[in-house]
Design a protein around this ligand. Sequence first.
Ligand code: PGA
Length: 251
Amino acid sequence: MDKNIVIANWKMNPLTAKDAKALFYAVSDGARKFKNIETIICPPFPFVSLFSGTRSVKLGAQDLFWEIQGAYTGEISGKMLKDLGCRYVIIGHSERRQYAGESDELINAKLKTALKCKLTPILCTGERAGEEINEVLTRQLNECLKEITKSQLSEIIIVYEPVWAISTSADGKACLPDNALSAKLLIKKILAGLYGRFLAEKAAIIYGGSVDLSNAASYIKESQMQGLLVGGASLEAEEFVKIVEAVNSLL
Ligand code: PGA
């Protein structure tokens, strides 16, 4: 992935198909001119099929199940997502770790399934408040990328998203660009240990956590991130499109 990437994670919003369509089409219209940015929208599952085959923005999902087919009541297959036009899938978001008890081992299984289904995984990593960043990122990357080959690494987007920086978390304060840069360098160092320096340098690493229009550009410029994962600010079409524009203006 050479392009800069801006991802909207709608989480469990909005509540109606009508509102989802309005938001999606406002963003896809607004983002149309920014052809060199990979703009990705990850709506909740029920809305994914509303947007299959859409043009200026790419479609992603917020999760998938680790098996591809069978007796798994309530689960969603990566093949179904692929069939509906998804190209991307978020895996291991901290809210899934927190509310659905997802472990690194399970996230690793989901990552492998996503790759089998030809979906690009967006792998979330990051420490909670009070946790030691080096220890957490080392563990998460080692465990979540277990048995992922060198060539598969280039198909994965890695997000540094400190849990304490997510806008709806108890702390909810944005990460300083300098700290995000240190985290990025740490991720590259860990990846270099696993895959060698060359592949680590090429890996796509993006930032998430309280991204808005006021700070978006700083994570690209100062933190040298390849892109952004945006939660709350992606629910306002105008602000989200301006974020895409801000990233585009740095090209
Ligand atoms: P936020 O969420 O932008 O609202 O902090 C980001 C995320 O959790 O992906």
